[in-house]
Design a protein around this ligand. Structure first.
Ligand SMILES: Nc1ncnc2c1ncn2[C@@H]1O[C@H](COP(=O)(O)OP(=O)(O)OP(=O)(O)O)[C@@H](O)[C@H]1O
Ligand SMILES: [Mg+2]
Length: 382
């Protein structure tokens, strides 16, 4: 028996007020808002069968993620840059009765992919539970509006549904971020939801049965002491898809350039093309330190403690671009990214500083065409 009431309806309205037309002042519109035009064009061009309650067919969802051109010439920008098969498996999983677990080291676009999948499949990426060590059961099941509960006792009106309950009721996609940070007993509330597809509400003698189209995308960071803590009963309800680090430096430069360009536009920063050289340097430095060997394979390096992921490279370049815009001539130069790189690499002031210095002197200093970058890094405060 579906549970519905005035409270949940009013929250639902504020939560996705006008998904298609975000206010111009919103700092970060949801994926379905930012890419509303692409999603509409895909829906119009999509003549393949759509699973019940899906906005698009699995084929169109993966085209939305991977990018391409529609027959009418509409360009779909790539959201995820990586192996096509990964996206196909992820999308297909959502059309089965198993939930999707996106696993990977930090900054491999788990959250990003999960948001875009929910936007493309259900047109709503906002049904989100953020997993933390303190996530209570109510965040996954339902809570109560205590004023109403005290005044009228348990009733549908007093019940506050979780994002998962709303997704079950509407047949849409729910998201759980950082699943393995959630305490094990709370995680296990997902078992009934995922296997029986129902959420009992004993206080009302009712249950919410999931409508077709409901599924769940969870993300987990495999650096977090963790995924082992997922009980085997729960793990069996998930199909796990591992998101890899970008395979080549070119792919990573491409990802960073695209995202910096997008972020820069929303922050009114200058366009990126002038800075491509610096982006390549940031990516090279991060990859070499991450992999513990110089790009030519000749010098072994120690890796610093911080995770030098693509996501960090994106922040360093965006930060550099802001410096260039506000205090420089708008062109990204070595001096604009040096401080950011230092901040990302040197997390532990003692050990990481030594590693960084060694890297600067043995690799950066000797590299052709990197003199200005070497100088900027030295000046940034070795
Ligand atoms: N392969 C990729 N394709 C497109 N974007 C990528 C890729 N890898 C990283 N990014 C970008 O990196 C940024 C960070 O990604 P995201 O926050 O989703 O990482 P995450 O895997 O969830 O990390 P964490 O484990 O720290 O939560 C996003 O802006 C995303 O666009
Ligand atoms: Mg994440």
């Amino acid at each position: 028996m579906p549970v519905s009431g005035t409270i949940e309806e009013s929250t639902a309205q504020t939560a996705h007020a006008t998904p298609e037309s975000p206010s111009a002042d919103v700092l970060r519109p949801h994926a379905e808002q930012t890419f509303a035009a692409e999603l509409a064009a895909l829906a119009a061009a999509d003549d393949r069968p759509r699973p019940v309650n899906w906005r698009l067919s699995p084929w169109a969802v993966s085209l939305y993620l991977l990018g391409g051109t529609l027959p009418d010439g509409t360009v779909i920008t790539p959201k995820y840059v990586g192996p096509r098969r990964i996206v196909e498996v992820a999308v297909t999983t959502l059309a089965t009765d198993r939930a999707l677990l996106l696993l990977g080291v930090p900054g491999t676009a788990k959250t990003w992919v999960s948001e875009h999948l929910a936007a493309a499949v259900s047109g709503n990426s906002t049904l989100l539970v953020q997993g933390t060590a303190g996530t209570p059961e109510e965040a996954i099941r339902y809570g109560w509006n205590y004023a109403r509960l005290l005044a009228h006792g348990p009733s549908r009106e007093a019940l506050v549904p979780s994002p998962v309950m709303r997704a079950m009721r509407d047949g849409t996609t729910a998201r759980v971020e950082e699943l393995t940070r959630i305490p094990a007993d709370v995680q296990d509330t997902l078992i009934t939801i995922l296997s029986e597809k129902t959420l009992p509400v004993p206080e009302l003698g009712e249950e919410v049965q999931a409508v077709r189209g409901f599924n769940l995308i969870a993300t987990a960071n495999d650096r977090d002491r963790g995924v082992n803590e997922l009980s085997s009963a729960l793990r069996r309800r998930f199909n796990t898809v591992v998101l890899p680090l970008p395979a080549t430096a070119d792919a990573e430069v491409d990802i960073v350039s695209r995202r910096v360009d997008q972020l820069g536009r929303s922050l009114d920063l200058p366009a990126v093309p002038e800075g491509v050289e610096e982006i390549r340097r940031v990516v090279t430095v991060f990859r070499e330190l991450r992999e513990g060997v110089s790009a030519d394979g000749r010098t072994k390096l120690k890796s610093p403690s911080g995770t030098l992921s693509t996501a960090e490279a994106i922040s360093v370049v965006t930060g550099g671009l802001a410096l260039a815009a506000h205090f420089g001539d708008g062109v990204l130069r070595p001096g604009d990214v040096a401080a950011g790189i230092l901040g990302a690499v040197v997390r532990d002031p003692a050990a990481d500083r030594v590693i960084w210095q060694e890297y600067l002197e043995t690799v950066v200093r000797e590299r052709d065409g990197w003199k200005d970058f070497y100088r900027a890094c030295r000046e940034a405060g070795v």
